[in-house]
Design a protein around this ligand. Sequence first.
Ligand SMILES: Cc1ncc(COP(=O)(O)O)c(C=O)c1O
Length: 363
Amino acid sequence: MKVPLLDLKPQYQMLKNEIEPAVLELMANQTFVLGPTVQTFEMDIASYCHVNHAVGVSSGTDALICSLMALGIGPGDEVILPTFTFFATAGAVARIGAIPVFVDIDPETYNIDVNKMEEAITDQTRAIIPVHLYGQMAPMAEIMAVATKHELVVIEDACQSIGASQNGQFPGELGTTACLSFYPSKNLAGFGDGGMILCQEESVDRRCRHMRMHGEDQRYYHSMVGGNFRLDSLQALVLNIKLKHLDGWAAKRQEHAAIYDELLGSTVKTPVISEGNISVYNQYVIRSDRRDALQKYLGEKEIGAAIYYPVPLHLQKCFAYLDGQEGDCPVAEQACKEVLALPVFPDLTHEQIEYVASCIKDF
Ligand SMILES: Cc1ncc(COP(=O)(O)O)c(C=O)c1O
């Protein structure tokens, strides 16, 4: 039995009759960038995410860069983030000339270790980027308490966690901004790249919109240097059709995760969801001390399984100038050797999940 890590074709088949005429209408209208389609999507996503404002941008990476620029972070500023995340979290910081400061993670949730986060604060620290990894939120109440004490802004990297919650609160409700990605592997998957900045304050919304359009005040007059961080109308159109189904898809992911938990709980380490958290399982990640052999074995059984992430960011070659050493973040370094993501996309069948679990047990 073949079990891919992700298959979006069934999702498309289900929505084809709604998406195709809408795309044809957009083509007839020839409105491609921002415009009313993006505005409608921004309003709908703000409401879905329980925040006051949403700014459509070109990717999750650009949501991070645009947030950092809009909040006035720049060369020489230190920005604290977990070392165990997708590269873009740190790449965005480095791209604007700021200094990424890497912190170790909690061994159970893989999210930032809040105690180590506070120890990393210096006089140069301006911001914290907690990452809500795999679909589960980092401990926002504790993070906000530290940020408030030290007067730091908080940019939530919620690229993997749209719809996740923590004690009834959602990404973007507490942080200064939260960043979403609509890359096709995400729970809300576009037809290409796309992203969103969420925020509560009108002034932050305004600054993000300003940066999204090259820092333009009025046509061809610029008071600041921003970028082209605009979202395409086509993406907004498709994403807004899909948004209506997002809760149903998250429920499916949670159902699949519960089956894996039940079948695999005594064989491998299964995900730990903190009390008060509801995960949307962008990834279902197990741990094994024979991870590489297990991945190879699953590959032979035609099961897709992936490693998010094999190298912690403090040991990436491009950050050698920051002098990160093996042993600096031991929890993340160990996780990099042991984590393995299993297929968990909504359209998986129970038979496929049972097959994956039985292959892991046989191994
Ligand atoms: C944690 C995290 N941050 C940032 C990004 C960047 O998003 P994008 O690929 O849309 O630029 C991603 C997704 O790829 C991600 O998983």
